[in-house]
Write a protein that binds this ligand. Structure first.
Ligand code: C2E
Ligand code: CA
Ligand code: CA
Ligand code: CA
Length: 273
């Protein structure tokens, strides 16, 4: 449960407030941040393993404070998930993402974009309706939009989750299982969920260039994905040795600091040639 980790941003003096007051204060902080347009999308390039050209972007939000401080998502999304503020945050993220996707696609019409959906977002019909309607209204091709989820979501409400995923599939969205290899029972989700893409977690990648066993494990994971007819993405590529190992075993896409860190839209669009 990485979203509920102990690294929640400390907005208030916990010693002076009770739980309910604290929750309210955090909610109001996020509410203000949304009102002042401080929740901003960053974009990290995803490259094609054969050509190394940028073919898509993952949307990763940031809280840009008025004083210039940039708060990373893991510092506030855990709390947002607990208080429900993830819903209005998510709507804002989708709104920015679709507008920016239109602009990206003016330079390259095949460009895709990937959105992270938390368990709460996936179970929220309003969020899913909003995504489907906005995509239709903007005339975007839903097959160029991936919804990324972690296996965490499966635990919440299995039936409702599958219903949502099927609905997204009917509307032609692509579904990706995020962070594969970081959990304990990832394997069953490859067949239990109607996914199209599996993203191999950075922990599966970290040692592939200097540890034969690690490389074999990634190779086996890639074969597993093939058997399940899934496209593949390797995350957390930081070195050219890792890049070469990943290309060698025909993983479709690569993502990581080697190709580019998440940046604001203005910097991201310059990466499309
Ligand atoms: P994630 O979806 O697994 O995203 C990948 C994270 O790894 C991002 O962290 C990214 O900046 C980082 N990363 C990418 N390449 C490298 C690399 O080569 N090396 C290293 N060390 N790190 C790399 P970030 O941006 O801090 O986001 C953290 C998490 O917050 C995301 O993990 C995702 O679960 C969540 N998140 C971010 N934006 C959203 C959002 O709009 N909605 C939801 N529901 N969750 C979000
Ligand atoms: Ca992700
Ligand atoms: Ca991931
Ligand atoms: Ca992650």
């Amino acid at each position: 449960a990485k979203h509920n980790g102990g690294n929640g941003y400390k907005f208030v003096n916990r010693g002076l407030m009770n739980k309910a007051d604290e929750r309210l204060a955090i909610e109001q902080n996020i509410y203000q941040a949304l009102k002042q347009n401080e929740i901003v999308n960053y974009y990290q390039p995803i490259t094609d393993s054969r050509t190394y050209s940028v073919c898509g972007f993952e949307v990763l939000c940031r809280w840009l404070k008025a004083d210039g401080e940039i708060i990373p998502p893991l510092k506030f999304l855990g709390v947002a998930e607990q208080t429900g503020m993830i819903i209005p945050i998510g709507v804002r993220v989708i709104e920015q993402a679709l507008g920016d996707l239109q602009r990206f696609q003016q330079k390259d019409r095949d460009l895709f974009m990937t959105l992270n959906f938390s368990p709460l977002q996936l179970l929220d019909d309003t969020t899913v309706d909003y995504l489907i309607n906005e995509v239709r209204e903007k005339g975007l091709d839903a097959s160029k939009i991936w919804v990324e989820m972690t296996e965490e979501s499966y635990i919440e409400d299995e039936k409702a989750l599958i219903q949502t995923l099927d609905r997204l599939k009917v509307h032609d969205f692509k579904l990706a299982l995020d962070d594969f290899g970081s959990g304990y029972s990832s394997m069953k989700y490859l067949t239990a969920l109607p996914i199209d893409i599996v993203k191999f977690d950075k922990t599966l990648i970290d040692n592939i260039h200097n540890n034969a066993q690690s490389f074999k494990l990634l190779k086996a994971s890639r074969q597993l994905a093939s058997v399940c007819n899934l496209m593949t993405v390797a995350e957390g590529i930081e070195t050219s040795e890792q890049k070469n190992c990943v290309s060698e075993i025909n993983i479709d896409y690569q993502q990581g600091y080697l190709f580019g860190k998440p940046t604001d839209f203005a910097a991201a669009i310059k990466l499309i040639g």
